[in-house]
Design a binder for this molecule. Structure first.
Ligand code: UDP
Ligand code: MG
Length: 312
């Protein structure tokens, strides 16, 4: 019998988790042809989530849980899930029921047809502010223009991965993670299905504007060196302009002499160049910071407990 793992990273999901489990149970019992494993990763929740996981595990043998030592963020919690999943395939879902479990049978059908990465694309995006939607769309278009690999728009982490994709993902162990891009990077045979993204069942989204912004910067910085290229281009353009201006001033001085003047010009040029230089140094710094973080070779996450046993 083929084993299917459902991976759910959870951060403060005490209200949603029981609802999620109920909905998933229907799907699991409607598909007895598979052996099911529900792998819950507790990403350092501050509420009762861990206790709920323990109870579910005690009640239902299909439920496993992994407790991380603190909040590492969803991206790393997912890597932890890849490491501990035992299934022949895996479905990644959010605990808040924004990803409808009813889509799972369709994903499994495509998997049986031989597709290795069945991803769910959002037809609609659920309830969110106009500002968030605007920035999200802008981010995707910047990312698409700056990277060579294709990053799928409106596709979240909700997807089915074959064992070969899981093993590939396990090899990508960088600590600055942008998982959505990695799914594209590893390749394999992909298939798209469309769905309507619902609203959160309970609780509230743990992403605020700043955390989404830094995920966006992460996406661009970890998948492209275009910002460095842009600095080079701006530098070249400014240098050429400066050279032309230099010749102009030189000739003008030869012909008309040199009455001391031009304070505004000097100020403008100085401030402009200073701005461009600081900006470029900032961009460089972003990359160096990433090199610094990766060069420490720290483990991407630390796990505390798996199915009731402490991890040594
Ligand atoms: N999540 C997590 N660690 C975090 C933040 C979120 O494991 O630090 C989980 C969360 O429990 C949920 C999923 O990631 O299952 C998606 O989070 P959320 O619903 O807050 O994001 P949104 O749907 O707003 O993008
Ligand atoms: Mg959500």
């Amino acid at each position: 019998m083929k084993k299917v793992t459902v991976l759910v990273p959870c951060y403060n999901e005490q209200e949603s988790l029981p609802l999620f489990y109920e909905r998933l149970c229907h799907i699991m019992s409607e598909n007895p042809a598979y052996e099911w494993e529900l792998l819950l990763v507790n990403d350092g929740s501050r509420d009762n989530t861990l206790q709920i996981m323990r109870n579910l595990h005690a009640r239902d043998g299909r439920v496993s849980y992994l407790d991380l030592s603190r909040n590492f963020g969803k991206e790393r919690a997912m890597l932890a899930g890849f490491d501990y999943a035992r299934g022949d395939c895996m479905i990644i879902m959010d605990a808040d029921l924004q990803d409808p479990p009813e889509l799972i049978p369709q994903m499994l059908a495509y998997w049986e047809e031989g597709y290795e990465d069945v991803y769910a694309k959002r037809k609609t995006r659920g309830k969110e502010s106009a500002l968030r939607r605007f920035f999200s769309l802008m981010f995707y278009s910047i990312l698409q223009k700056t990277t060579k690999i294709e990053v799928l728009q409106n596709v979240g982490d909700f997807r089915l991965l074959d064992r070969c994709c899981i093993d590939a993902m396990k090899q990508l162990r960088e600590s600055e993670r942008y998982t959505k891009g990695m799914f594209c990077w590893i390749g394999f045979r992909k298939k798209e299905i469309l769905f309507d993204r619902g609203d959160r069942a309970a609780g509230k989204s743990s992403w605020n504007f700043m955390s989404l912004f830094s995920l966006a910067v992460e996406g661009i910085m970890s998948f492209s060196i275009a910002p460095l290229r842009i600095s080079t281009i701006i530098g070249t353009v400014v240098s050429v302009a400066a050279f032309v201006y230099m010749i102009y001033i030189f000739i003008k001085t030869l012909i008309f002499g040199d009455p001391v003047q031009g304070f505004p010009t000097i100020m403008i040029v100085m401030l402009f160049l200073g701005g461009v230089q600081l900006l470029s140094i900032g961009v460089l710094g972003e990359y160096i910071g990433r090199i610094f973080n990766e060069s420490k070779h720290r483990p991407t996450y630390i796990a505390r407990e798996y199915d009731g046993e402490l991890i040594k």
